[in-house]
Each structure stands twice: as C-alpha cells, then as structure tokens.
Write a protein that binds this ligand. Structure first.
Ligand code: CP
Length: 313
C-alpha cells in the first residue's frame, strides 16, 4: 500500500482483515517494525479518537510521532499558480516537501468547509499533500472520506455479525450543527465491498452522492428500515444536494429504545463524538446493544494495521 486515502488503496480487503485480527490478538508482536521511523500528524481540525488511536498504534510499532495543530503553523496556500499577496504565508508545495524530510509517513485531518461542494469534493488539501509530499499519506478524515473510521466499522461488524449476510442500516439522525458527509460516504464505500444487506434511511433532502449509495437501498421510513436490522449505524450529515444546509432537525429521527426494539437485537454503532439525547437516547447508548466503546477501541487496531502495511511497503 503506497498511501491510505480510501478503500481504493487496499489491494486485498480479506488480507487486511486477517492482519487486523492478528494485531487485535497481539498488538505488541512487532515492536521494532517502526523503529527510527517518524510519523507527522497534521491536524487542520479537532480530534480525540483519531489523534490518540493513531499515536497508540504507532507507539506499538516503535515509531516516533510528531503531532501538529496546523493552526499553530503558517497559514497554507493550496491553490497552484496563485500570487500569494494575502494572508497565506507558505505554499503546500514547500510545506509538504519540507515535512517529507522529517517524516516517513504523514497523516492529515482536514474537514469539509461545507461552503463550496466542488472545492470540498476535490479533496484539495489531502490531494495537494499527496502531490507534493515524498512519503506515504494517511487520510485521518478528509473533506470527502474517513477511511480509518470505515475500516474500523467494517472490522467491528465482522467481529459482531450474527450471520454471514447481516442487515446493516445507516441512519441519519438529527444534529444542531451542519456536519460533513465524509463518515457516511466512506462507510458506504467500504460496505460496497461486502456482501452485507445495506439500507440507508434519512429524511428526503439528505440523499448522498450517487456513487456512494449504489448497491444500497434507500428507505425514507426510518422505522421500516430498522425492521430486522443486525446493525444500526447512526450518523448525522448535512445536505449534499443543497450543499452544507441543515434541512431538518426533526427529533423524531433520534435513535430510541422503541426503534431498536424493531430490530434483530441490533448492535448500535456511531463513530463518536455523539450528542446524547439528540442523536441517540441515553437508554440506547447505555444499553448492552451499544458497541460504540468497543468500536472506538478498534480504531487503534485498524490504524496499526494500516501502519504495518505502509511500513512493509
Ligand atoms: N470518529 C472520529 O474520527 O473521532 P475524532 O473526531 O475524535 O477523531
């Protein structure tokens, strides 16, 4: 694997899953694989899980880690050919090349700005780093995708699935802020590589880009979608078509115990952070059906799996 930007960088998903299973059983099995290697983590946006799990994964492999909040550095320019006479002090062309001299791997977190769909969906920040860096890049959540989260979600479903072809429901849930589509997009991209029955439910107006929803069934009636589900994956996202807009905050879309009772004793999943009693009722989050903590724990396993693949390349 040269970079880890999306599932498209994974040559063999079965082999990746096998490696993740062995790392889960023995995370300290190769403590020197990353010795004298350095990973720089660039955070344009906040993080708890991604930041800590990626560092934990690197430490298990003996790597050095340099995390940096980009806001503490120079304001970067990403436009090629521009005249830099405004507020941007450094071009990504120099920044990426310079960081590549200090790093063997670079991880980047950069959210969608939710103002210009075309610009966001070009995923310019991460792609400009890929263009100008000389070392592998890991996507720690970009404007469009969150592959480390999705690999974790897939790994977690594989661990808990009660049958070979579980019914997996991705449900929109209300949220007071406009959030990117990256987690939902990426989750569906990974689900497309499985044989699972995948159902998406959301209010009208929240349709995701068609390339992410192909092979899935869209059901606008949330209760109907929940019937017989083995996994409920809740996530809010803002409108893709009316880009970045909040079209609904209808509390009737919150995940409740009553709705979970329609499922096949489904496991409840969420990438976290989650707003209690807005996205999901306390009674669901605190129940045995919720596996959000185990899911977050698996972030270190899948991050380590990706690092092993990149270091072995
Ligand atoms: N799920 C996830 O990416 O969490 P953080 O934003 O805390 O990294």
């Amino acid at each position: 694997m040269k970079n880890f930007l999306s599932i498209k960088d994974v040559p063999d998903l079965g082999q990746l899953l096998k490696l993740a299973n062995s790392i889960k059983k023995n995370p300290l099995g190769t403590p020197n694989l990353g010795k004298h290697k350095t990973m720089v983590l660039l955070f344009f946006n906040p993080s708890l899980r991604t930041r800590l799990s990626t560092q934990k994964a690197a430490l298990n492999l003996g790597m050095n880690i340099i995390p940096m909040n980009v806001s503490q550095g120079w304001n970067l320019e990403f436009e090629d050919g521009t005249t830099m006479n405004l507020d941007k002090a450094e071009h990504v062309k120099e920044a990426a090349a310079v960081i590549s001299q200090y790093a063997d791997i670079i991880g980047i977190r950069t959210f969608a700005e939710l103002e210009n769909k075309v610009l966001d969906y070009e995923d310019r920040v991460i792609n400009q780093f890929v263009k100008y860096a000389n070392v592998p890049i890991i996507n720690l959540e970009s404007a469009v995708l969150h592959p480390l989260q999705s690999f974790t979600d897939y790994f977690t479903i594989e661990t808990y699935k009660p049958k070979e072809r579980p019914k997996v429901v991705l449900t929109w849930a209300p949220h007071p802020k406009a959030l990117p589509q990256a987690v939902a997009n990426s989750f569906l991209e990974w689900m497309q590589k499985t044989k699972y029955e995948v159902v998406i439910t959301h209010p009208k107006g929240y349709e995701l880009a068609a390339n992410f929803t192909k092979n899935s069934t869209i059901v606008y009636n949330q209760k109907k979608a929940f019937e017989g589900a083995d996994f409920i994956y809740a996530k809010n996202w803002s409108s893709y078509h009316d880009y970045g807009k909040i079209k609904s905050t209808d509390p009737n879309w919150m995940i409740t115990k009553e709705k979970m009772n329609l499922t096949n004793q489904a496991k409840f999943m969420h990438c976290l952070p989650v707003r209690r009693n807005v996205v999901v009722e306390n009674t669901v989050l605190d129940s045995k059906q919720s596996i959000v903590i185990e899911q977050a724990g698996n972030r270190a396993v899948t991050a380590q799996t990706v690092l092993v693949e990149l270091l072995n390349c």
